[in-house]
Design a protein around this ligand. Structure first.
Ligand SMILES: C[S@@+](CC[C@H](N)C(=O)[O-])C[C@H]1O[C@@H](n2cnc3c(N)ncnc32)[C@H](O)[C@@H]1O
Length: 223
């Protein structure tokens, strides 16, 4: 199926409807209190560590959610350029308020479409826990990474994480929760595996880190 087919549009829309004020109220508690560590096998400490390694004072946060991780980042400058990009106006607004101290600009953008705005490039781009929501296999939805390429500076790093479904050992919490998320349409990761993700990244970027932790792929790439 091509990305322009309505099947993709409706699956993006369906996933987006779950990012609303009520779900975002409980999001941090459920994801970061329980699910990330105990189902996905990926601790807050690990994710914080990725920001410590790669986040710069010229940073784009993609797929912002509630801004939980971004809000914990200690930037190497007191006044970093922080920009937010997401399809959900609720997520953008919640995160904008949370990190208002950085006066972030916000862009509403579907990652399956090219970025039409002229935006100066960033030295770091984070995309954590986003791609498992995006429909299609990595051979198809990998285009989301390519759409971010013009926003990455020559020495910039794009880093992130995503929950895999195929080829990983799901524990007794991961299996039903991931199944339920896919059934609702919040997640679209039934076809996601590390091989396809790594192959897409290697074909389009220089991969500086790629590992699977629990059921989560953790990656960092450069141009
Ligand atoms: C599960 S949340 C992750 C939030 C945050 N990065 C975190 O680590 O907690 C997924 C985020 O990706 C956004 N998102 C999902 N599909 C998208 C798409 N096709 N284009 C742009 N943003 C999308 C959602 O609106 C949401 O903010």
């Amino acid at each position: 199926m091509a990305l322009t087919d309505s099947g993709f549009d409706s699956r993006v829309e369906r996933s987006q409807q779950y990012f609303n004020k009520v779900s975002l109220f409980f999001y941090d508690l459920i994801l970061y209190g329980v699910i990330s560590k105990f189902a996905w096998g990926c601790s807050i400490r690990l994710l914080d560590g990725q920001y410590r390694k790669y986040a710069t004072a010229n940073h784009l946060e993609v797929g912002v959610g509630t801004g939980f991780l971004l809000n914990r980042v200690v930037f190497p400058s007191p006044a970093p350029r922080v920009v937010l990009m997401d399809l959900s106006p609720e997520c953008l607004e919640k995160t904008r308020q949370k990190v208002a101290r950085y006066a972030p600009l916000t862009y509403r953008q579907n990652l399956l479409e090219p970025v039409a705005e002229q935006i100066a490039p960033f030295d770091s781009i984070a995309i954590n826990y986003v791609m498992h929501c995006v429909p299609g296999s990595f051979k198809q939805k990998g285009i989301a990474f390519t759409h971010l390429l013009p926003l990455l500076s020559d020495n910039g790093v794009l880093f992130g994480s995503t929950v895999l479904s195929q080829g990983v050992q799901k524990n007794i919490l991961a299996k039903p929760f991931m199944g339920w998320m896919n059934h609702l349409g919040v997640f679209n990761n039934r076809e996601d595996n590390a091989r396809d993700l790594e192959a897409y990244l290697r074909a389009n970027f220089s991969v500086i880190e790629f590992r699977v932790v629990g059921v989560t792929a953790v990656f960092a790439v450069k141009r």
